[in-house]
Design a protein around this ligand. Structure first.
Ligand SMILES: Nc1ncnc2c1ncn2[C@@H]1O[C@H](COP(=O)(O)OP(=O)(O)OP(=O)(O)O)[C@@H](O)[C@H]1O
Length: 566
């Protein structure tokens, strides 16, 4: 950009400018108190015009200091104050070599990080227009000079949205401007200086990596273009896609959603998509994008809350590179190019109508007028945080287009999208999640009940075994049986043994016998299942043999006789 503000005069001049532009000024702004409401505005514009149009005024020469101005602005809370208003940023592109050769001059000045001044370079011989205030002043959320880096633009416009997407909110960034104003450069960039799309994807995966302990993140990506009012899948091109309205808004039916796991994977898909995108040279741009491109990244993740409920979050980031608007005469080529241009202009006109209707608070917003507005419906009037980057050229050769872009950008900043609160809160638990949790609980309960039943069965079995053992030892009563008394041997007892009492319970002999019986009984109990099994088999086998024999007795007899006779 040409130097327009001299650094030697900078402190006083900027002070003066700051005083003058401390409140937003546009031709539509309301101004001042006092008798004449336009007086203050006129004074302000005059002061600004005089300041800007000093021939030897130049912006600070050190680009880094200029960048610092922008960087300082980023930390200001102004963009946060906008709430759900569409955030509008302006980016100026440098004058190209071709434009310089054509004798182009700079007509755009970034006054401070929020204000841009467009000089109306009237013909000095046009005496009718000489007395009028030349130029126009606009205020936006941020203005980037031609020296601003891609990273600066990304940090201001998109990094906050990426953060929001990871929290389950929707975000849209779209570049708007005339052909050759730098939209594709801002969105896609080059290999050396990648644009917003690339930086956003890298940032997203970096953030996911640091958060991976919070839950499982699933990233899906799709990339489409709207060319001549038809929607095409850029990654797997095929038949034109049809727009369908469902719960998630307007979606292209059949658009491939790629599950992606790494930045490299996304880069490959992005390159593939850009390769398939329709570009043609125009008078204003050698590689003009003839279509609107929409890259959508959906991040889904599930976490469990304190009560172990599964919470599903879905955030969507849409990055849109619009095709450039152009005057019909600006393109040399006719036929297909004219048709493309007409369609581009038509969809951008539809976008302007939607912006107008939204700003004026109309009930009916004409989204259906074009595919582009149908796709952007959520971003403009839905639950979404939206950022518009207005790309402009600093060349006076494009001053008409620049003025147009700034006008629409100025209108767009008045659009208010719906509160993004619903997505800020965690989304309701999914049906499948609830079902799974219920199933786990039911299975645990069933498991507990089955264990208890098993324990009871084991106890019963033991008791049964004990009683069986008692039966089998009916001649030798159980040691535990208090009713049992050892058999009395009258003669022996009377002759040698002590009293019956002592003989029954206390003699070592009887004690020894009891122990023996106890051990035997225990062994019997232990071997009871085996014994049962064996006896069962024995009985069964005998019965089986007997049955077999009786069934086939006559047959065997016949065989035997037959064999014997022959
Ligand atoms: N900020 C910038 N710094 C350096 N070069 C830039 C910048 N912005 C744009 N350019 C260059 O200007 C030319 C046109 O830019 P770009 O293709 O991005 O325009 P566009 O708005 O996408 O145009 P169209 O709508 O026709 O596709 C490109 O060569 C690009 O490299």
């Amino acid at each position: 950009m040409d130097s327009l503000v001299d650094q030697t005069k900078t402190p006083q001049l900027y002070e003066q400018i700051a005083r003058n532009v401390s409140m937003p000024v546009s031709t539509r702004s309301h101004t001042m108190n006092g008798s004449n409401p336009h007086q203050g505005l006129k004074e302000k514009l005059k002061a600004l015009t005089l300041l800007y149009e000093q021939p030897n005024l130049s912006p600070p020469k050190n680009p880094s200091s200029k960048n610092r101005v922008v960087a300082r602005k980023l930390s200001l809370p102004e963009t946060k104050k906008t709430g759900n208003r569409v955030t509008v940023l302006v980016r100026v592109r440098p004058i190209s070599k071709k434009e310089k050769e054509a004798g182009s001059r700079c007509c755009v000045r970034i006054v401070n990080p929020r204000d841009v001044y467009l000089t109306d370079l009237v013909n000095p011989n046009d005496y009718l227009r000489l007395n009028r205030i030349r130029g126009r002043h606009f205020t936006f959320d941020a203005c980037f000079p031609d020296s601003a880096t891609q990273q600066e633009v990304y940090s201001t416009s998109t990094s906050e949205l990426v953060e929001g997407v990871l929290q389950g909110r929707n975000g849209t960034v779209f570049c708007y401007g005339a052909t050759g104003a730098g939209k594709t450069y801002t969105m896609i960039g080059t290999l050396e200086s990648p644009g917003v799309m690339v930086l956003a994807i890298k940032d997203l995966f970096d953030k996911i990596k640091t958060r991976s302990c919070d839950g499982n993140h699933v990233v899906h990506l799709s990339y489409l273009e709207v060319y001549n009012e038809t929607i095409k899948d850029l990654i797997s091109p095929g038949r034109p896609l049809v727009l369908r309205e469902d719960k998630q808004g307007n979606v292209a039916a059949g658009l491939t959603q790629y599950r992606v796991y790494s930045v490299d994977e996304v880069m490959t898909l992005l390159q593939q998509g850009n390769h398939n995108r329709t570009t043609e040279p125009t008078r204003a741009n050698e590689t003009s994008s003839r279509s609107h491109a929409v890259l959508q990244v959906v991040v889904e993740y599930q976490v469990r809350d304190a009560a172990m409920n599964i919470i599903n979050n879905v955030g969507k980031l849409s990055l849109v590179d619009l095709a450039g608007s152009e005057r019909a005469l600006a393109t040399n080529r006719r036929t297909l190019r004219s048709l493309e241009g007409a369609n581009i202009n038509r969809s951008l006109l539809a976008l302007s109508s939607c912006i107008n209707a939204l700003v004026e608070g109309k009930k009916h917003i004409p989204y259906r007028n074009s595919k582009l507005t149908q796709l952007l419906k959520d971003s403009l009037g839905g639950k979404c945080r939206t950022v518009m980057i207005a790309n402009i050229s600093s060349s006076n050769l494009s001053s008409g287009e620049t003025q147009n872009t700034l006008h629409w950008a100025d209108r767009a900043k008045m659009i208010r999208t719906k509160a993004n609160d619903a997505n800020e809160d965690l989304l309701p638990v999914t049906e499948t999640g609830t079902d799974q949790a219920k199933l786990v609980l039911e299975l645990q309960k069933e498991n507990r009940e089955l264990r208890m039943q098993l324990q009871q069965q084991q106890k019963l079995l033991t008791l049964e075994a004990q009683s069986l053992a008692a039966c089998s030892c009916s001649t030798r009563p159980s040691v535990s049986s208090r009713l049992w008394t050892p058999p009395i041997q009258p003669n022996k007892k009377r002759m040698t043994g002590p009293s019956s009492f002592t003989a029954t319970y206390l003699t070592p002999e009887i004690k020894y016998n009891e122990e023996k019986i106890a051990i035997r009984t225990l062994n019997q109990i232990k071997s009871l299942p085996m014994a049962k099994k064996r006896s069962f088999w024995d009985i069964t086998t005998v019965n089986r043999w007997r049955k077999l024999f009786s069934d086939y007795f006559y047959f065997l007899l016949y065989l035997f006789i037959h064999f014997f006779l022959t």
